[in-house]
Ligand binder design. Structure first.
Ligand code: PEP
Length: 253
């Protein structure tokens, strides 16, 4: 059964500082999640999943042990000679419970295919993490009315590993139209509702998030859309006041 939690995922990408992390976490930790979360209980009492750059994870966890931390990516292999990459196992050791996988910036700048994403998702689960798997159509797909067909293919291929090898492991799916990420454009409420209804038919028990230029001024309209269980927030999650308003819209603050 899908629980009724609202997930607010903040993705700092390659931004932020140690000082901003302390400002942000001190401001929100008390008012959001204070309960210890494990992979087994992670679908209860979660409101804020904080995904800073990997270099800030250990420091964040050390100062704020109750925080729900997420990584921004992981390698498909458990360990090895992969300079500059980070494994799901190392994330886990840093106190992380979630990991974003298949973000469109990874798909675009690192040529990540659905097949790689499927492998990463499996490895994340094997290492005890909950993957947040991102899917989304390009502007061209959107204009041509191909959104649902593209999402269907991405979903089928990105989840193929989990479906073949792992059953019952929790994961989250984030619908992020590529043309809405970091652009100030958002999908219409009707588009979001249509996509999320489509995804819900395929994934009755999976938390479904929306991401793409979510701000203080539109979060209150997006969060109540049927089958939207939360939002993935980039730019606005780097601004304390803006992020506070998003948490307020979610009833988490
Ligand atoms: C994101 O990083 O996934 C994202 C949605 O960014 P932004 O909120 O800046 O569009």
């Amino acid at each position: 059964m899908l629980n009724q939690n609202t997930y607010i995922v903040s993705n700092w990408k390659m931004n932020g500082t140690n000082a901003l992390m302390h400002d942000m976490v001190k401001t929100f930790i008390e008012k959001t999640v204070t309960k210890k979360v494990t992979p087994e209980s992670a679908h209860t009492n979660v409101s804020w999943i904080f995904c800073p750059p990997a270099s800030l994870l250990t420091e964040t966890k050390r100062h704020y042990p109750t925080i729900n931390l997420g990584g921004q990516d992981c390698h498909p292999k458990r360990a090895g000679a992969f300079t500059g990459d980070i494994s799901a196992l190392l994330l886990k050791e840093s106190g992380v419970y979630y990991v974003i996988i298949g973000h469109s910036e990874r798909r675009q700048h690192h040529n990540e295919s659905n097949a790689i994403i499927a492998e990463k998702a499996c490895m994340a689960i094997e290492c005890g993490l909950i993957p947040i798997i991102c899917i989304g159509e390009s502007e061209e797909n959107y204009i041509k009315g191909q959104t649902l067909a593209v999402l269907n293919d991405q979903l089928t291929e990105s989840l193929s590993g989990i479906r073949q090898h792992i059953t019952q492991a929790p994961f989250i799916v984030a619908y992020e139209p590529i043309w809405a990420i970091g652009t100030g454009k958002t999908a219409t409420l009707t588009d979001i509702e249509k996509v999320h209804s489509f995804l819900r038919k395929q994934l009755p028990d999976t938390p479904l998030l929306y991401g793409g230029s979510v701000t203080a001024s539109n979060a209150g309209d997006i969060l109540p859309i049927p089958h939207v269980n939360g939002v993935l927030v980039g730019d606005a999650s780097l601004k304390v006041d803006e992020f506070k308003a998003i948490l307020e819209a979610a009833g988490a603050y």
